[in-house]
Structure formats: structure tokens, C-alpha cells
Design a protein around this ligand. Structure first.
Ligand code: NAP
Length: 283
């Protein structure tokens, strides 16, 4: 049970931080729910991170979001870590509890909630869930898929060793690493295909997947959200498949933090989405 609190401050920290869209999301919620609080961007260089957290409470912050390059460092300096952060070894959401620094990784929640909302039957058909990429985001996605009951997860990465290392921390009966060169050949029985690489970001590149001949019920997800329709999603759409873009993950991952800091569980609405899309298009 949470209660509305007033005059609260939260922020997002990173280095650099100018690109962050979190202030648009939290700012819209503060306004919509009439909360007496603020949410700002703060550029924190790596050598000032410990000092920033040392004075977080004195500076009046209820907590913060954390982005590149601080996610692992903040995980390390926390006093309490939620299972989502432990599974990934990185944190993106911080709150204070009795002066203690508590962290979670809400990217998992964001990804899984958006998938459940956009494609509720994603785990109903027999077949494989294919994850393209083996970086930090892939770790969260795989953790979320397994927690939700996926039984055949295949991880394709340009650097096969990285995929091999990544899957070591998961149930090896349910996850395996696959060669990049097998990407198209191994997708025949895929029910869900997820791009977690940075390919497609700002219109650059696309995972080498041929969607031709796949079952039209196949769900294709991209976690890259700039542009909103990546080349990967465009090709999937033209092949008649179900597509899910990356923006919903960004919107949903913000929900738990806002609730911790401001005492209201906010809603991800089409109006909020339009606001963030307009911000993406304006920049
Ligand atoms: P990361 O840890 O740096 O991992 C990057 C991944 O992309 C690796 O698997 C890497 O493969 C692959 N890759 C990069 N360039 C490639 C290329 N030219 N060809 C083939 N593979 C390539 O990054 P991350 O933190 O996982 O983030 C990945 C993407 O997810 C970013 O674009 C980020 O913005 C996005 N993201 C979105 C959300 C959201 O809310 N929607 C949340 C988190 C992340 P190698 O291992 O072979 O280098």
C-alpha cells in the first residue's frame, strides 16, 4: 500500500545525460496526478558517483534512475538489491529506505509488461523464443522470459563467446547460445523473435534475419525505439508478422520508480506514448 507524498525530488543520472527521455515521462505523470514533486536530469561523471550517493538524502532526493555508464557501479554500491537487479548485475532504479540505498532493475518489468500488453499470447504456442544479442539488455530480457515460463530460449550473438558466457547464469535446460550465422536457419519454429542488439538505432543497421515464410502469428519485438519503427520491425511488418516496438518497454520501466518516490502507481497511456513519440520526433 503506497500513499501520496508531497514535495519529493527524483532525478535521472548518467554521463552524458542530455539524451534521456525519463524527464518527459515522469514530468507528464507529476502533472497528470497533481503531485507536488520534481524530476530532473543530472550529469554525474563516474568519479563523482560515490559522492553523489553520499549526499542523495541530504540533497532531498527520494531516489533516482540510473543510466549509462553507472548501472553496474550503482548496483555495487547499494545496501539492498532486488532480485531483478541481482539477476542482471546492474541497477536502473534507486530509492532510499531509512537512509539505505535500495536498487532494482525495472527494465525486466518494462520489457515483460509491454510484451504481455502488446502480445498477451506470446507464450501460448509451442516453439522457441529467439533473442538476438547478448549485451546488458539481453540479460534482462532472458531473465524476464524465463521467469515468465519460457522453456526454449535461443540466444544469437555476433560474438558467440559472449552469448556462451551470458547463458551460464541461467537454466541451461531452457537457454542455449547459437551462432550468428545460424540466425535465419534456426528461426523456423520461432514464436517470438527479439532484437536486443543496438543494430537499428538511429536507422543504422539491422539484424540479418529473413522473415520470409515464417508463421504470420510470429511476434517480432525490437527494444530499440529510435526510430520507432526500425528496419527490423519494418521488414517483419512487410512479411505480415506481429510487431512490437521498443517504446513501451521504456514507458513501463518507469512505473515502479515513480511509485516508490511519489506514492502513486502511474498508468502508461496512449497520451503518454504520444508525448514521448513527439519528443523523439522533435530531436
Ligand atoms: P550492450 O551491452 O552494449 O550490447 C550491445 C549488443 O549489440 C551486443 O549483443 C553486441 O554484440 C550487439 N551489436 C552491436 N553492434 C553490432 C553489430 N554491428 N552487429 C551485430 N551485433 C552488434 O548494449 P545494451 O545495453 O544491451 O543495449 C542494446 C540496445 O538496447 C541499445 O540500443 C539500447 O538503447 C536498447 N535498450 C532499450 C531499452 C528500452 O527501454 N527500450 C532498454 C535498454 C536498452 P557483440 O557482443 O558481438 O558486440
Amino acid at each position: 500500500m503506497t500513499s501520496v507524498v508531497s514535495n519529493r525530488k527524483a532525478c535521472v543520472i548518467g554521463w552524458p545525460i542530455s539524451h534521456s527521455r525519463s524527464p518527459v515521462i515522469h514530468g507528464a505523470w507529476l502533472k497528470r496526478y497533481g503531485v507536488d514533486g520534481t524530476y530532473q536530469k543530472i550529469a554525474v561523471p563516474p568519479d563523482e558517483l560515490a559522492a553523489f550517493f553520499g549526499r542523495l538524502a541530504d540533497d532531498g532526493f527520494a531516489g533516482c534512475n540510473v543510466t549509462i555508464p553507472h548501472k553496474e557501479a550503482v548496483f555495487s554500491l547499494a545496501h539492498h538489491r532486488e532480485p531483478s537487479a541481482i539477476a542482471i548485475g546492474a541497477a536502473n532504479t534507486v530509492w532510499l529506505d531509512g537512509g539505505k540505498i535500495c536498487v532494482s532493475n525495472t527494465d525486466v518489468y518494462g520489457f515483460m509488461t509491454h510484451l504481455a500488453v502488446s502480445a498477451p499470447d506470446w507464450n501460448k504456442r509451442p516453439g522457441a523464443v529467439c533473442v538476438i544479442g547478448a549485451g546488458g539488455a539481453a540479460r534482462g530480457v532472458i531473465y524476464g522470459l524465463l521467469e515468465a515460463g519460457a522453456t526454449d530460449v535461443r540466444v544469437f550473438n555476433r560474438t558467440l563467446d559472449r552469448a556462451g558466457n551470458l547463458i551460464k547464469s541461467f537454466d541451461r535446460q531452457r537457454v542455449r547460445a547459437c551462432a550468428w550465422s545460424d540466425l535465419t536457419a534456426d528461426l523456423g519454429d520461432a514464436t517470438v523473435i527479439i532484437n536486443t542488439t543496438s543494430l537499428g538505432m538511429n536507422g543504422k543497421g539491422c539484424p540479418p534475419v529473413d522473415f520470409t515464410g515464417l508463421d504470420p502469428a510470429t511476434i517480432v519485438v525490437d527494444i530499440v525505439y529510435v526510430p520507432l519503427e526500425t528496419e527490423f520491425l519494418r521488414r517483419a511488418r512487410l512479411a505480415g508478422l506481429v510487431t512490437v516496438d521498443g517504446l513501451g518497454m521504456l514507458l513501463h520501466q518507469a512505473v515502479p520508480g515513480f511509485e516508490k518516490w511519489f506514492g502513486i502507481r502511474p498508468e502508461v497511456t496512449s497520451e503518454l506514448r504520444r508525448l514521448v513519440v513527439a519528443d523523439i520526433e522533435a530531436h
